[in-house]
Design a protein around this ligand. Structure first.
Ligand SMILES: CNc1nc2cc3c(=O)[nH]c(N)nc3c(CCN)c2[nH]1
Length: 368
């Protein structure tokens, strides 16, 4: 197991900024990972994703094992070659997607069994199979353990049951992963909103030993305030010297507040999904280009941005594309949004390096 070097260059309160060194390139932290679920960051070429300043993207075991199958991706040279992304890729392990997407699924000690949401075919995903898919077949750089993300709200006994199953699966994933030294394996903390469960989960993961530690079980409907309450104690339970990844987060304000509480890595479909529906994220909050007020607005979304989608096209043109349901509208807004999220991460890294994160947080919250 390779504990990729993680250099922390500066701290501001509980926030950290630094860099994770991987065989396929550096990851500047705090980092945002655009989601490339089925081998594509939807509507964008890998060159546009790179130009938007993303260092790492996320792939999904669940989707790729169903289509085109992990074996086919392997026969075609692995996920990096298949999709032409030459930077680091983190893959999620599939359990969360089974619960949120597949029609029928059963969670047992041995494995999760489920029916494909595409054609109803039956599949089995065990901790060992998830590791094989991610590490051997897709060729992921950062592999996630298979876990059970319990639906919210969960009573404490149910949350404890899911957290303990995830801890047992963590053990099996570590054993299946073995001594690979060019790939990393991350554990996932569970325990819902309960501090004692979050602590037990963290202690069990640290006992097993991982290259990085994710905070799972959040951004599942609890809302910003409840998520921040958990983040007031959960990240600090995880090793200070390893990367901490908050899964599925989130809106810009969620990211800002989680960075301030010690989180280093994020992923969310929001920039691309909202872009496909006409929404653009800006420093003054989200806007929807469908709105008539943009019909003759000649200004770009952000003229200071290095991303052409943000600085070279008028809002009037984007309004037209969205109203006409033109594919280019989805492309340009997805591209702008990913660039905006990466610009937010760059601003956070700089604020931490200069010791002015609190001022940044106040200004940002006031403008959203
Ligand atoms: C959108 N909200 C959200 N919450 C998550 C929790 C987990 C979680 O608890 N475990 C895993 N494996 N993935 C999660 C994901 C998927 C991240 N791409 C989540 N997404």
């Amino acid at each position: 197991m390779a504990a990729f070097p993680f250099r922390i260059d500066a701290r501001d309160g509980r926030a950290r900024t630094g860099m994770i060194q991987t065989p396929r390139g550096e990851i500047r932290t705090p980092a945002f990972m655009p989601v490339g679920t089925a081998g594509t960051v939807k509507a964008l070429t890998v060159d546009q994703v790179r130009q938007a300043q993303a260092d790492i993207i996320l792939g999904n075991t669940y989707h790729l094992m169903l289509r085109p199958t992990a074996e086919r991706v392997a026969r075609l040279g692995g996920l990096h070659k298949f999709m032409r992304w030459d930077g680091p890729i983190l893959t999620d392990s599939g359990g969360f997607q089974v619960m949120s997407l597949s029609k029928i699924s059963k969670v047992k000690e041995e494995a999760v069994t489920f029916q494909s949401h595409l054609d109803g075919s039956r599949h089995v995903l065990s901790p060992e199979r998830s590791i094989e898919i991610q590490a051997d077949l897709l060729g992921s750089d950062i592999v996630m353990q298979l876990d059970e993300c319990v639906a919210w709200p969960a009573e404490e006994p149910r949350a404890a049951e899911g957290m303990r199953l995830s801890a047992r699966w963590a053990e099996r994933c570590k054993a299946a992963f073995g001594a690979r030294d060019t790939q990393a394996l991350f554990g996932i903390q569970q325990g819902s909103v309960y501090e004692p469960l979050r602590r037990e989960s963290a202690e069990r993961l640290i006992e097993i030993g991982f290259d990085g530690y994710a905070i799972g079980g959040l951004a599942v409907g609890e809302g910003h305030a409840a998520m921040c309450e958990v983040l007031d104690f959960a990240p600090a339970m995880l090793p200070d010297e390893r990367p901490r990844y908050l899964m599925g987060v989130g809106k810009p304000i969620d990211i800002v507040e989680a960075v301030a509480r010690g989180v280093d890595m994020f992923d969310c479909v929001l920039p691309t999904r909202s872009g496909r529906h006409g929404q653009a994220w800006t420093w003054d909050g989200p806007i929807n280009l469908k709105n008539a007020r943009f019909a003759e607005d000649e200004a770009p979304l952000d003229e200071a941005s290095p991303c052409p989608a943000s600085s070279a096209y008028s809002k009037a043109y984007l309004h037209h594309l969205v109203r006409a349901d033109e594919i280019l509208g989805q492309v340009l807004l997805s591209w702008h949004n990913v660039a905006f999220f990466e610009g937010l991460m760059a601003a956070l890294r700089q604020a931490i390096a200069e010791g002015r994160l609190d001022a940044f947080r106040k200004d940002f919250a006031a403008r959203q």
